[in-house]
Design a protein around this ligand. Sequence first.
Ligand SMILES: Nc1ncnc2c1ncn2[C@@H]1O[C@H](COP(=O)(O)OP(=O)(O)OP(=O)(O)O)[C@@H](O)[C@H]1O
Ligand SMILES: [Mg+2]
Length: 335
Amino acid sequence: MTAQDAASALGSAFAGLETADAPPGAALYRGKVRDVLSRGDRAVLVASDRISAFDRVLSTVPWKGEILSRISSWWFRQTDDLVPNHLLPASATGGRDATAVTGRAVAALRCDMIPAEVVVRGYLTGSAWRDYRAGKPIAGLSPSVKLPSGLRYCERFPAPLLTPSTKEAEGHDRPATGEELVASGHVDAELWREIERAALALFRRGQELAASRGLILVDTKYEFGIAGGRLVVADEIHTPDSSRYWYADGYDARLSAGEHQRELDKETFRRWLVDRGFSGDGEPPKIDDAVRVETALRYADTYRAILGEPFEPVFRDARAAGVAIASLAREVLGD
Ligand SMILES: Nc1ncnc2c1ncn2[C@@H]1O[C@H](COP(=O)(O)OP(=O)(O)OP(=O)(O)O)[C@@H](O)[C@H]1O
Ligand SMILES: [Mg+2]
């Protein structure tokens, strides 16, 4: 995908599933980024091209949803020996892979979602760095974990940390330690132990595979659910929306110099907003075409960096994607 491709696709980005493409018997939930169709014990998650920052949907970025779906499906396949995930087997969709056919939809088990965002951090950066530098406990970190003093900006933790938060239906999520999630009844104690184990195993695999591509998986967020009585990892995994990646090359030199690391994620868009004085409150700036194109190219770079091959869209036209998704939804959810 070139800048020219992205520029000419600005007008036909996939803003969301058309209501007419939903089978009549299915429920439609619109998240900030994905539209979720469900019926009975099955769901079809459709990643749109909407982009959110500071919990607000602000624009669309061509092929962002397709890139995210394909990255996530790739990671689910790379980790399904470790932790069961919400993807339906290809046999449920006529032997074809739902994401390969539609570009941006996945056929999944409908889960009862656990109302927690399970954040795992491998390195001292972001909000954890801000807390640590200020001498405060890292938000969400269990008080039973003692961190060494004198860690540097972007330094690797002795072992990955879990810093969960609640997942709220309304309003902002708030940091909550595992102990707090259990005490407040967000999750059962036994189940939380299972979630911790699963999250750390997924993260370790993620770091290993990322390293084989010259990348560092810095931190990420998992969502888990219960389907058919068992724990599965749901939502999306190790995508640039849910994760931070750095380039491994030059990491040590930048660490020693106290510099920012070279990042591979949607910070491009956030930074653009912050540079214009927007960090969530008040009126957002008008999102111009240049930043939408630039962000699309960054997402395509991420795809290439993680999967090791250039991104080529399955559909160049949002309407054609809609037709393929509607047909998949009927197959998975019934008419
Ligand atoms: N297998 C699944 N079964 C049911 N729900 C799922 C499944 N996987 C993900 N979800 C939910 O689908 C939604 C995906 O939409 P999206 O990521 O756009 O929402 P969000 O912006 O993160 O949050 P919100 O739900 O607050 O809008 C999330 O609410 C997520 O928890
Ligand atoms: Mg989400």
